[in-house]
Design a binder for this molecule. Structure first.
Ligand SMILES: Nc1nc2cc3nc(NCCc4ccc(C(=O)O)cc4)[nH]c3cc2c(=O)[nH]1
Length: 369
């Protein structure tokens, strides 16, 4: 797959990802479809929000239904009825954050399933092969994402191992027209380590580059300051993907620092916990003040949700623990994230991103209507 630039505005870029499963405008936000489903959404609903590419997880899918079964079912695209591009994370991060009792060695990681305690192994080769069986459009290199805070020495050791794993992941990757593999830059918040990592990855050569090791509790300021010196060192002609990010304000700030792709569970996780994202910040629909609030979630919403259902109805659904509550609010939140990315992209193309940033931040700070 290739990324083709279209316009720039400061450090921000607008372009297109051209893949075997279709073309996606960037900057782009990828809804998280961890186990082959964007929780609570049909893929028609996901498509209706304007999403172009979704994320799947090697860790979860290898445990259930297993990569062999997904392959037997025709691959992720057919199994989940999503003809568009799918990016799959490589499993390392999920093992660190989910897998119980893991043992890390130079060759890979052994862990027990958080589902049934069964023992499993992931190595650069096994992860890359699983992603092949899933028929991932974009395959992620197998890496280690160290928890922060960590000493520079610990970050160096972890990053250097991840670079050795990146070379093995590239070796195991089956190149096909319209498919791609992304290397993952590590090095915590250390400039010299990030520089070393980028040099190692660009010498191996990938179709795109992810910035890993962030959104692990370092906070927005440290994340942005790390991006400030990291994105300028990345190849200009390849897509940049910031993993696990983030809030609407994170997305805006990271796009303005040269990031093209994002994924985060926030909008869907929030949708399941009654938290609605709007142009005026986030609101919690369980709050009693919404019990008789007949207004839509947001006057700007063009989804089937805000145009049809009142805040009072959504409040009722969450209080009654009805399935439709999380379904409608996930739909709304994902549509809000997609609308935000379309607004940001349009502003990059017409050179008005700075003005849009001022307006967005002012409105977010205003609070609910
Ligand atoms: N392979 C790989 N994958 C990653 C995924 C990540 N995801 C994050 N952050 C997710 C943060 C996150 C976690 C949970 C919630 C919520 O529950 O709402 C929101 C955000 N940082 C990440 C870093 C890496 C990385 O270096 N390598």
């Amino acid at each position: 797959m290739t990324w083709v630039p279209e316009a720039t505005c400061g450090m921000a870029r607008a372009g297109h990802l051209h893949t075997r499963h279709g073309t996606v405008p960037t900057p782009t936000f990828m809804p998280v479809g961890t186990v082959g489903t964007v929780k609570g959404m049909t893929m028609d609903a996901v498509r209706s929000t304007g999403a172009g590419i979704v994320l799947g997880n090697t860790y979860h899918l290898m445990l259930r239904p297993t990569a062999d079964r997904v392959q037997k079912l025709g691959g992720l695209h057919r199994m989940m009825d999503w003809p568009g591009p799918i990016l799959t994370d490589s499993g390392g991060f999920q093992v660190m954050s989910l897998g119980a009792l893991r043992k890390l060695d130079e060759d890979g990681v052994t862990f027990r399933s958080h589902i049934d305690g069964s023992k499993h192994r992931l190595t650069p080769e096994i992860s890359t092969d699983i992603q092949f069986k899933l028929d991932a459009t974009i395959t992620m290199a197998f890496d280690e994402c160290p928890a922060l805070p960590a000493t520079p020495e610990a970050l160096r050791k972890s990053m250097e191992m991840s670079m050795r794993w990146a070379a093995r992941s590239r070796e195991a990757f089956v190149a096909r027209e319209g498919y791609g593999q992304f290397g993952i830059v590590q090095g915590g918040t250390e400039r010299d380590l990030r520089e070393y990592s980028i040099k190692a990855l660009t010498e191996i050569g990938f179709e795109g580059y992810a910035i890993g090791g962030l959104a692990v509790g370092e906070g927005q300021e440290l994340m942005f300051s790390t991006l400030d010196f990291t994105t300028p060192m990345l190849p200009q002609d390849k897509a940049r993907y910031l993993m696990g990010v983030g809030t609407p304000d994170d997305l805006l700030g990271a796009v303005m620092r040269g990031v093209d792709m994002f994924d985060c569970v926030m909008p869907s996780r929030a949708g399941r916990t009654a938290r609605a994202y709007t142009e005026r910040g986030a609101i919690n629909l369980r709050n009693a003040r919404f019990a008789e609030d007949t207004r839509p979630l947001t006057p700007h919403d063009d989804t089937p949700v805000a145009g049809r259902y009142s805040r009072a109805y959504l409040h009722h659904l969450f209080r009654a623990n009805e399935m439709l509550g999380p379904m409608l609010l996930t739909w709304h939140n994902l549509a809000y994230y997609q609308r935000l990315m379309r607004q940001i992209r349009a502003a990059i193309v017409d050179g008005t991103l700075d003005a849009l940033a001022v307006k967005l931040r002012k409105d977010w700070a205003k609070g609910d209507w």
